[in-house]
Design a protein around this ligand. Structure first.
Ligand SMILES: Nc1ncnc2c1ncn2[C@@H]1O[C@H](COP(=O)(O)OP(=O)(O)OP(=O)(O)O)[C@@H](O)[C@H]1O
Ligand SMILES: [Mg+2]
Length: 316
């Protein structure tokens, strides 16, 4: 069983408004409303892949209730802490004539003293359910300290449970100091924390080996349409995605992480976990996740993923 942590979840409200302009009055059809946030996305996809999953983080107000309802309907264990302030909404308005998207992001609740309460909550969850992995996903809420993930990872791994971290900036940098079992930056996130350009496999190897030397177990760097690189103390593998039509790429990293963790949970080796991760991401970018036929489609896509020992020297 896997636990995902989403400290800063949201309710996504997606409107289609042909000819949208600021200052105009637009009659729109019913918005697409969905529980969002990276850890929730990962939980949802893990569940589709056949995994048992719990989700935690902070939820408040009517939006919080909405998300709880969705988790219940989808068969995901809801272990979110309730906070006073309202969980944020994220509004996306797509002009269906031009494809242009306008986003309105609310700030979300302030999380200050709730952090210590969450650590106690996390401690009891991990001891009670004995997860195989705990995944910390996405940005931190307002008021949270940059060392929030660091403290969480240190706590969870001291109990003997492996942690995955998918975040960015200072939160990622600090979490690495807690030596998580795996981190999954994309190219820009890696570049930001090492303060260097990432233009070749050599650059990735050099920077990732420095991170591995600091005690992190495994690193996967996702490279959008160029695939991904997986590096640990035993070697490095690169994977190329199958050729598929792209409907949207946002959230492909979350789908990727779900496939990877599900692979590890099923005791697949890095090579096969990477395949499952790439195939899951490939289905997501086609706009076909979530889908009741996902497992079958992913198995078909897996046959078109190429994974090989990394040949150093090429550009990315
Ligand atoms: N245009 C694309 N074509 C094919 N595969 C893609 C494309 N974009 C993403 N992918 C797949 O998704 C994986 C993750 O992509 P990416 O590196 O963009 O993640 P990310 O930036 O973390 O995404 P997000 O944070 O929005 O979830 C890639 O390793 C690849 O397998
Ligand atoms: Mg990402």
């Amino acid at each position: 069983m896997i636990l995902t942590v989403t400290p800063n979840p949201c309710v996504d409200r997606i409107y289609s408004a042909p000819g949208f302009r600021s200052g105009g009055i637009h009659r729109v059809s019913k918005p697409l409303v969905r529980a969002g946030g990276k850890g929730i996305n990962v939980a949802r996809t893990l569940h589709l892949l056949g995994g048992e999953v719990h989700a935690t983080g902070f939820l408040g107000g009517l939006n919080g209730e909405y998300i709880r309802g969705e988790l219940r309907n989808e068969g995901i264990g809801d272990f979110f802490l309730t906070v006073q302030e309202e969980t944020r909404s994220k509004i996306a308005i797509t002009d269906t004539r031009t494809g242009e998207e306008t986003e309105i992001n609310e700030p979300g609740p302030m999380i200050t003293e709730e952090q210590d309460k969450f650590l106690r909550h996390l401690d009891s969850l991990v001891r009670r359910y004995g997860y195989s992995y705990v995944a910390f996903c996405g940005s931190l809420p307002r008021g949270a300290n940059n060392d929030f993930y660091f403290r969480c990872v240190e706590l969870v791994q001291s109990i003997g449970v492996k942690c995955a971290v998918d975040t960015s900036g200072e939160a990622l940098k600090r979490s690495i100091e807690a030596k998580p079992w795996i981190v999954k930056p994309n190219r820009a996130e890696l570049s930001e924390i090492v303060k260097a350009k990432i233009e070749s496999y050599d650059d990735i190897m050099k920077q990732c080996h420095a991170i591995l030397d600091s005690g992190v177990g495994n690193i996967v760097v996702t490279l959008g349409s160029c695939g991904a690189v997986y590096i640990n103390g035993f070697g490095a593998w690169s994977a190329s995605p199958p050729m598929v039509p792209v409907a949207h790429s946002l959230g492909s990293g979350d789908a990727f992480l779900s496939g990877l963790l599900r692979g590890f949970e099923m005791n697949l080796d890095p090579h096969d976990s990477l395949k499952l991760a790439m195939a899951t991401a490939a289905l997501h970018i086609q706009g076909a996740l979530p889908d009741e036929y996902a497992k079958q489609k992913i198995s078909e896509l897996e046959t078109n993923v190429t994974v090989g020992k990394l040949c150093v020297g090429g550009g990315v």
